[in-house]
Write a protein that binds this ligand. Structure first.
Ligand SMILES: Nc1ncnc2c1ncn2[C@@H]1O[C@H](COP(=O)(O)OP(=O)(O)OP(=O)(O)O)[C@@H](O)[C@H]1O
Length: 303
C-alpha cells in the first residue's frame, strides 16, 4: 500500500455563529496517497476550505486527528511544512514589479536558491512572461504565478483550493495543464473544486464530500463505475429494437440497451440478420455520480 500523504480520522469542525452552531466538517476520514492529482470535490459550503485550513494549521479542529506525511498536525506541522505548498487565498504580489522579481523576493525571504525562480516559472508555463509586470498579467497568469510561488520550496505536496475560481476558459485550461504537469512530475496535488469536469479531466482519484461528510472516495474510474448500458446504431432501428426486446433485453430511448454483456446484443441482432453499425458504451460521468451523491446535502445549522 502506498504511503498516505494526507490522512484525517474523525475530523470535525464546528463554528459558533449567531444562528447557532454550524457543523462544517464531520467524521471526515480523508486518505490521500502519494503521487498524482487527488480531487477534493463537493458543492459550495460542503467543508472543503475548512478542511484545508485545518490541515494547514489555519483553523482548529473541534475533534479528530490529522496527519501530513505521517506526522500528526498541527503538533508537528513545523516539521513537515517545508514539504507542503498551498494556494488557499490569493497571495499578495506587488503589481509594479515583474512576476520574476516578485518570486525572487519570495525565494530570498524563505532562503531558497534564486535558480528555483526560473525553474518554477518554466513549470507553470510563465518562462517567457516572467519579465512582464505583474499588473499586466491575466487572471490565469496570476494564478499560475501563485502556484509558481509555492514551488519555490520544492514541495512534495501541493494543496490548491479552487484554483480556477473566477478564471475564463483559457485561464482554466492554463491552470489545469499546470496542475496536470505537476502531477506527472511526481508532486502529490490535492485539488479542491466544485467543477466536476475539472476533476474528471485532471485527477486520478477523488474524494467527494457533502454536508461536511465523506460521500465517496477512490480512483475516478472506480467512482464512475463500469458501463452497464450500450447505445446501438443499426440501419433499421425499429427492427433492431424489436429483435432486442424479443431477446429479453431492456431497451430504452435512443436504442440504449441495459446490459453488461454487449456480445449478447451483437449475437441477437446478427442472428436476426441485422448488422449493427455501432455499439457504444454509455458511461456515467463524474457529474452524474456527484449529483446522485450530493442530492439533498445542503449545509444546515445544527440543532
Ligand atoms: N469562519 C466561519 N464561521 C462560521 N461558519 C463558517 C466559517 N467558515 C465556513 N463556515 C461555514 O462552514 C461551511 C463549510 O464552508 P467551507 O468554506 O469550508 O465550504 P467549501 O466546500 O469550501 O465551500 P466553497 O466551495 O463555497 O468554497 C459553510 O456552511 C460555511 O458557511
Amino acid at each position: 500500500m502506498s504511503e498516505l500523504v494526507i490522512e484525517t480520522q474523525g475530523l470535525r469542525k464546528e463554528y459558533y455563529t449567531r444562528r447557532g452552531h454550524q457543523v462544517a466538517v464531520q467524521d471526515l476520514d480523508l486518505a490521500v496517497p502519494a503521487g498524482g492529482v487527488h480531487g477534493f470535490l463537493g458543492p459550495n459550503g460542503s467543508g472543503k476550505t475548512t478542511t484545508i485550513r485545518m490541515l494547514l494549521g489555519l483553523a482548529h479542529a473541534t475533534a479528530g486527528t490529522m496527519r501530513l506525511f505521517g506526522e500528526p498536525v498541527p503538533a508537528r506541522l513545523p516539521a513537515v511544512v517545508g514539504r507542503v505548498g498551498a494556494v488557499v487565498e490569493s497571495p499578495k504580489f506587488s503589481p509594479n514589479i515583474t512576476g520574476r522579481q516578485n518570486l525572487l523576493l519570495l525565494s530570498r525571504s524563505i532562503g531558497a536558491p534564486d535558480t528555483r525562480v526560473d525553474a518554477a516559472l518554466d513549470t507553470v508555463g510563465l518562462g517567457g512572461r516572467g519579465k512582464d509586470r505583474y499588473k499586466g498579467y491575466s487572471l490565469g497568469m496570476k494564478q499560475r504565478l501563485a502556484i509558481a510561488a509555492t514551488l519555490l520550496k520544492d514541495p512534495q505536496l501541493l494543496i490548491l483550493d479552487e484554483p480556477t475560481n473566477g478564471l475564463d476558459p483559457a485561464g482554466i485550461r492554463e491552470v489545469r495543464d499546470t496542475i496536470r504537469g505537476l502531477g506527472e512530475r511526481g508532486v502529490t496535488v490535492l485539488l479542491s473544486s466544485h467543477i466536476l469536469v475539472e476533476v474528471q479531466q485532471v485527477c486520478s482519484a477523488a474524494t467527494i464530500i457533502g454536508h461536511g461528510r465523506m460521500l465517496a472516495s477512490g480512483r475516478v474510474e472506480e467512482l464512475v463505475g463500469s458501463s452497464t448500458a450500450y447505445r446501438v446504431e443499426a440501419p433499421d432501428p425499429a427492427a433492431a429494437r424489436q429483435v432486442l426486446v424479443d431477446a429479453g433485453f431492456r431497451v430504452g430511448e435512443g436504442l440504449v440497451v441495459e446490459t453488461d454483456e454487449p456480445a449478447g446484443v451483437t449475437q441477437a441482432l446478427g442472428t436476426a440478420g441485422i448488422w449493427l453499425t455501432e455499439l457504444t458504451p454509455v458511461r456515467r460521468d463524474l457529474e452524474s455520480v456527484f449529483l446522485e451523491l450530493t442530492a439533498g446535502t445542503q449545509m444546515g445549522v445544527a440543532e
